[in-house]
Design a protein around this ligand. Structure first.
Ligand code: NAD
Ligand code: MG
Length: 398
């Protein structure tokens, strides 16, 4: 029986809701017992209130101060305290618990992930953007606080499960698998007209809008390459990406002796979440199991860097090091949301990232001194302004 006191940051999102769903299933089967300290969400007050009524946390927080009264009304008659705004989310992340899920999307999740990292709790990290922006400092902060960082991203969960942490010199390379996204086979001339609706319809995974766009451009795999480099202390030339459209093998570790270990499972985020929740134990829940005979075959191909240049841009950013991965992240985030808002064409997402990276390099963008989280947030803010001006330039030229 797994017993945990838990906080979920970004509870109303795809990963956050899957976390609570998994916990409910584990409780129903008598394999887990959970108390919830805090839940945070954004604009979807109805969903946050429903979750809070089910789990009775001490605190429920919406990111949006204008919606605090709605949240208060929705939770009237309960003993759940309510709060709103960024500072309240950071306060929620700082509360002592056994386990925190950081599943806010984008750089907006950085401050709370950083706060959670300092508590000594087990940090289940879904928010890959915070690792990309200031991975080494975040990892160091968790260690110093006596906590443990467990990756939730399916690829990194896979590597984590087969990586020899006690003897990393046994590893030759990491191999990240990528589904290839919804446009894996779309000819470039047809990619010009891709709509947000087409881009968020992922063939294998059900995810939030931003990561779905990232999967469609393969910027997601670029972010994951950077994430893997930091989590497993691996240089970029020892991280490969292979397209595997079935999303059954979630990633692999090649050992120096030629043996390669993989982790497999159906594409369901509740499995890597379950791994993070119980680690180093395992929790039983009614997961769908692999039926290899029914699958028949697994296929692989090399990624097409011409149609998906974001992957190589991420590699270059990782090679450049310093603040460049944070620049890549911010430029990509601005471009992905501009695409979702129909202000940018699909193929221009990578173009905006490339141009912003170039401008930032020319401007000598670097981390300032002081707290790594604050330094990363400054680079993030400055890059956002650059990326927005690149997008405005494209709109004017059109
Ligand atoms: P989502 O859009 O479904 O949910 C995001 C959550 O963050 C929501 O609860 C939302 O209310 C909250 N949020 C959004 N903006 C916020 C802000 N400014 N301040 C505070 N809270 C805010 O996203 P998701 O797909 O669940 O992804 C969450 C994170 O997990 C991302 O970093 C993503 O890359 C990562 N991830 C997701 C998946 C997946 O299957 N969805 C897989 C691997 C990694
Ligand atoms: Mg992933």
């Amino acid at each position: 029986m797994i017993r945990r006191r838990i906080t979920v940051l970004g509870a109303t999102g795809s990963v956050g809701a899957s976390t609570l769903d998994l916990m409910a299933q584990a409780e129903a089967t008598g394999t887990g017992a959970f108390e919830v300290e805090a839940l945070t969400g954004g604009a979807n007050i109805a969903k946050l209130a429903e979750q809070a009524r089910r789990w009775r946390p001490k605190l429920a927080v919406t990111a949006d101060p204008a919606r605090l009264n709605d949240l208060r009304d929705a939770l009237s008659g309960t003993d759940v305290a309510v709060a709103a705004g960024d500072a309240a989310i950071v306060e929620a992340a700082t509360r002592p618990v056994d386990w925190i899920m950081a599943s806010i999307v984008g750089a907006a999740g950085l401050k709370s992930a950083w706060a959670a990292a300092g508590t000594g709790a087990t940090l289940a990290l879904a928010n890959k953007e915070s690792l990309v922006c200031c991975g080494p400092a975040l990892i160091e902060r968790v260690k110093r606080a006596g906590g443990r960082l467990i990756p939730v991203d399916s690829e990194h969960s896979a590597i984590f499960q087969v990586f020899p942490a006690e003897a990393p010199e046994r590893v030759a390379k990491l191999i990240l698998t990528a589904s290839g996204g919804p446009f894996r086979q779309t000819p470039r001339e047809q990619m010009v007209a891709i709509t947000p609706e087409q881009a968020v319809a992922h063939p294998n995974w059900s995810m939030g809008a931003k990561i779905s766009v990232d999967s469609a451009t393969m910027a997601n795999k670029g972010l994951e390459m950077i994430e893997a480099a930091y989590l497993f202390d691996m240089p970029q030339d020892r991280i490969d990406v292979v397209v595997h459209p079935e999303s059954i093998i979630h990633s692999l570790v090649e050992y120096v002796d030629g043996s390669t270990l993989a982790q497999m499972g159906p594409p369901d985020m509740r499995t890597p979440i379950a791994c993070a929740l119980a680690w180093p134990d395992r929790i039983a829940w009614p997961a769908q199991k692999l039926d290899l005979a029914a699958l028949g075959r697994l296929t692989f191909e090399a990624p097409d860097l011409t149609r998906f240049p974001a992957l190589d841009l991420a590699r270059q950013a990782l090679k450049a090091g310093g603040a460049t991965p944070a620049v890549f992240n911010a430029a990509n985030e601005v471009a992905a949301f501009a695409f979702l808002d129909r202000k940018l064409a699909f193929l221009n997402i990578a173009a905006v990232v490339a141009e912003t990276l170039e401008r930032a390099t020319k401007a000598g963008m670097a981390f300032g001194s002081g707290d790594a989280c604050g330094a990363a947030l400054s680079v993030d803010a400055e890059t956002r302004r650059m990326a927005e001006s690149v997008i405005a330039g494209l709109a004017n030229a059109a």
